[in-house]
Design a protein around this ligand. Structure first.
Ligand SMILES: Cc1cc2nc3c(=O)[nH]c(=O)nc-3n(C[C@H](O)[C@H](O)[C@H](O)COP(=O)(O)OP(=O)(O)OC[C@H]3O[C@@H](n4cnc5c(N)ncnc54)[C@H](O)[C@@H]3O)c2cc1C
Length: 384
């Protein structure tokens, strides 16, 4: 598998868009810019400067589908024509109150209907913090409390709705502090809704040193209780935050202390899931080339078809397009996670992407190299 086939990797991009992306990647490599960026943004908003307009013209189209579900469909269809499926992720980080939870609940239901009507959208997705108070998720409130019951009700209704519309429903993983409650509830959902097919997907963050044990437990439980397990497998996005919290709270960090340990756990988990594919479905959310290579080789080794509906590769829209496009071109199932929402409300998501881009500097360096290579190739082609 050659992830450097830039003509395939960037066939989706005009020269103008590629150049825009290169500028963005270069800026994001300057850590100091990102750190002061947050401060500047607050200042610009306070001064009523046209921050929204600037984002809309620059970063937003590089990483987001549109300001609402309908406006995101053009991108979904364009990607679909390149054999890339989409997951539309409502990336608005709302307030932690009942009104905001209900608004998200309705939006996720809309996204389920939207997915059921579109051949290119196999999944709907949401974040637990978008439908429940932190006190519910940390286990501070008992199961009998109204807030907890509201959370459980939303989970069940969304899963039921997804099952009725035959759409897979993915539940993101967030902070370590929330995951025990989320795990318990999602296991109940899988037990109830994944009896005949996989509707509900949990997310497992392999940067946590306890997750290999959890993965094995979950597979064993599914075998003995006879349900299917849907797993979005990621490394984990809250490394710095978790380590800082552990240091402040004086407890052992839930995260491995080295990247190598995370990588090994992630890759072993990929193999474990593929080896249990009769009971599991896998959504491998990663931009890591070695992991993608390992998984693609393993699909073949296990005798599965490349486009077996139980295994998906997934990358965030605007990141690692070379991996997504090359895998899709080879016939594997590839999904892009596409955030959408009003520009102003998606800005926190975009800032996190920017931070992530600056922290995975090896990848962004590689992407700049590949974009340069592709622009050069196009220039030479035009000369001939
Ligand atoms: C489609 C998709 C969906 C996602 N959904 C979620 C989600 O629901 N929840 C979530 O938390 N994240 C999610 N992520 C983000 C993901 O967890 C990673 O942060 C991101 O993808 C980078 O990891 P990687 O495998 O792509 O690449 P890599 O660059 O190979 O790995 C970077 C990751 O390695 C880990 N790491 C880095 N340094 C160290 C260290 N010193 N010690 C231990 N570990 C280290 C961290 O997890 C870091 O993010 C999602 C990503 C994708 C592509």
């Amino acid at each position: 598998m050659n992830f450097e086939l830039t003509d395939i990797a960037y066939s989706f991009y005009s020269n103008k868009k590629l150049k825009k992306k290169r500028i963005f990647l270069k800026i994001m490599r300057i850590n100091a810019f990102i750190r002061s960026g947050k401060f500047l943004l607050k200042l610009f908003f306070a001064l009523n400067l046209p921050v929204e307009w600037i984002f809309k013209k620059t970063i937003f189209p590089l990483f987001c589908g549109g300001e609402n579900l309908k406006l995101s469909l053009k991108l979904v269809n364009d990607l679909g024509k390149k054999n890339i499926l989409s997951v539309l992720d409502f990336s608005v980080e709302g307030l932690s109150n009942e009104k905001s939870f209900n608004d998200t609940f309705i939006e996720v239901k809309n996204s389920i209907i939207n997915a059921s009507n579109n051949q290119y959208i196999p999944f709907a997705v949401f974040k637990p913090t978008a439908i429940a108070k932190h006190d519910v998720l940390t286990g501070k409130l008992p199961v009998e409390s109204v807030d907890y019951q509201n959370f459980r009700h939303r989970l069940i209704e969304l899963s039921k709705y997804a099952a009725e519309h035959d759409v897979k429903l993915m539940i993101d993983a967030e902070d370590f502090a929330f995951q025990s409650v989320v795990d318990k509830e999602v296991e109940l959902l899988m037990h109830r809704f994944n009896k005949e097919k996989t509707i509900v997907y949990t997310t497992i963050q392999m940067y946590r040193w306890d997750r290999t044990t959890y993965l094995h437990y979950l597979i064993d439980k599914a075998k003995s209780e006879m349900f299917f397990v849907g797993i979005k497998l990621v490394r984990g996005a809250y490394l710095e935050k978790e380590n800082n919290l552990a240091q402040k709270g004086n407890y052992k960090s839930p995260i491995y202390s080295t990247k190598e340990e995370t990588d090994e756990a992630y890759n072993n988990a990929l193999l474990k899931i593929v080896n249990n594919i009769n009971i599991c479905e896998l959504f491998a959310g990663t931009h890591n080339e070695e992991s993608c290579m390992l998984l693609s080789n393993n699909i073949l080794k296990t005798g599965l078809r490349k486009n077996d509906k139980r295994v998906y590769f997934a990358q965030l829209y605007g990141m690692s397009d070379n991996i997504s496009m090359v895998l899709a071109n080879q016939g594997y199932n590839v999904v892009k996670y596409i955030p959408y929402g009003p520009v102003k409300e998606v800005i926190p998501y975009l800032l996190r992407r920017a931070e992530e881009n600056s922290s995975i500097s090896k990848q962004s360096k590689k992407e700049i190299y590949l974009i340069n290579k592709e622009l050069k190739r196009r220039k030479n082609d035009n000369k001939q």
